[in-house]
Design a protein around this ligand. Structure first.
Ligand code: ADP
Ligand code: GN1
Ligand code: MG
Length: 374
């Protein structure tokens, strides 16, 4: 899927949200791979306000009303908590949905597309790469606090917005099927990547086994803790809010931590066309462990979970590599791409990171032990 400019459906959906003032400008925003995100500015007299419009990818999220119910529950729960402690600043600490004129949390365009609107979080930005250890520590603490805030979410189990999202065995079987179907006729050119994926197959079952044996437990997790899903304050660089709430559902804390390792303790962007540039960086890894364990979540992680923090980084990197390779084999139907080999670049660079984490695993375990001792 490629990125598009602002589509006519944006203009068609505007009246459904009854926003005050008139539209001054709108432009594509952010670098997410899944949804279409637009920043729109409205002028009302002498005040201007910005909103984020998102067309939710309903090919990927098949139950958008269920997804929006999750988002509504999660944002309301966190908003109530941060209001109690953050006073004035609370508004920026959590995404705030603007309901449609009919009171629903989303509106549908004539083509069946689902749109939602959030207040724009001003004075903050996202980055695609961590630049300092302090940033890595802060991001891990923010995701840890976020998860802790959801530990007492009332109202029963959240909807699984993408079933088996981090079920690595199921991800592996999807990959195996994509190889045998060879829909885009590309399997011949990616023999080395396919072989690598098969060589690490047994990793896919490790956390699932621990879960089945009750050695680790399921919690409400974010499931997409990549660095550009946290807003950072423009002036201080401190974390402001965790965003991209579409995949919040029951999961493992290790999935959240592993995804942070993949995106925040790595030497280059996930789609660097030269995999030789990619390796795990131990100083930010240490910072992630410190940030996560010092957050409220650190107090509930058991020793098995702690022992697997490094492995989780490897597993999530492997899983993402498998998913990029699967999409490449299927003809690029899932992720937005900017060029025909984009998913292949992403896959190769993920697999380079898997190798690097394997080579560093003893150092990573030592760092976890040292950090746990305090
Ligand atoms: P995707 O699922 O495509 O990654 P996100 O919800 O993460 O979509 O949004 C994409 C990008 O848009 C984010 O990385 C962030 O930079 C920006 N963004 C999203 N929501 C807001 C918001 N409420 N205020 C400001 N920027 C936002
Ligand atoms: C997608 O939506 P975004 O860009 O934050 C994907 C993640 C992947 C990531 C890889 C719903 O995240 O699972 O890890 O790309 N989200 C979904 O960069 O599939
Ligand atoms: Mg995102």
């Amino acid at each position: 899927m490629s990125s598009l400019p602002v589509p006519p459906e944006f203009h068609a959906i505007l009246p459904a949200f009854s926003l005050p003032g008139r539209l001054v400008s709108v432009a594509p925003h952010g670098s997410g791979h899944i949804n279409e995100t637009y920043a729109a500015e409205f002028a009302d007299g002498s005040t201007t306000r910005r909103y984020v419009f998102q067309r939710i990818n309903h090919r990927i999220f098949k139950n958008v009303p269920g997804l929006m119910e999750n988002v509504q529950r999660v944002t309301a729960h966190i908003a109530a908590k941060v209001r109690a402690t953050a006073g004035e600043a609370a508004a920026r600490r959590v995404l705030h949905l603007i309901p449609a004129g009919d009171g629903r949390t989303f509106a549908q365009d004539e083509g069946g597309g689902y749109w939602r609107v959030y207040d724009f979080i001003e004075g903050a930005h996202t980055v695609d790469r961590v630049t300092t250890e302090a940033q890595a520590q802060a991001v891990a603490a923010a995701f840890g606090e976020f998860q802790a805030q959801l530990a007492d979410l009332p109202g029963g189990r959240l909807v699984e917005t993408i079933p088996n999202f981090h079920h690595t065995r199921s991800r592996f079987e999807n990959f195996r099927r994509a190889v045998s179907e060879n829909a885009a006729k590309r399997a011949g050119e990616v023999g080395a990547e396919i072989e690598f994926a098969f060589s690490r197959e047994s990793d896919a079952d490790l956390l699932l086994g621990l879960l089945a044996r009750g050695e680790i437990s399921e919690r409400v997790t974010h499931n997409d803790t990549k660095i550009n899903n946290v807003m950072l304050d423009d002036a201080t660089g401190r974390t402001v809010a965790v965003i991209d709430l579409d995949t919040i559902m029951p999961g493992l804390p290790l999935y959240d931590f592993g995804e942070m390792v993949r995106t925040s303790a790595s030497s280059t962007l996930e789609d660097d066309p030269n995999p030789d540039n990619m390796r795990v960086l131990l100083p930010p890894f240490r910072a992630l462990v410190q940030g996560y364990l010092s957050s409220a979540v650190g107090r509930v992680l058991n020793s098995t979970e702690r022992a697997h923090l490094g492995f989780a980084g490897k597993l999530m990197t492997y899983e993402n590599g498998l998913r990029f390779l699967t999409d490449y084999l299927q003809g690029d139907t899932y992720y937005k791409i900017k060029h025909p080999r984009h998913n292949l670049d992403r896959c190769r660079t993920q697999f380079a990171l898997v190798r690097s984490i394997e080579a560093a695993q003893h150092d990573m375990v030592r760092i976890i032990v040292e950090t746990s001792r305090g």
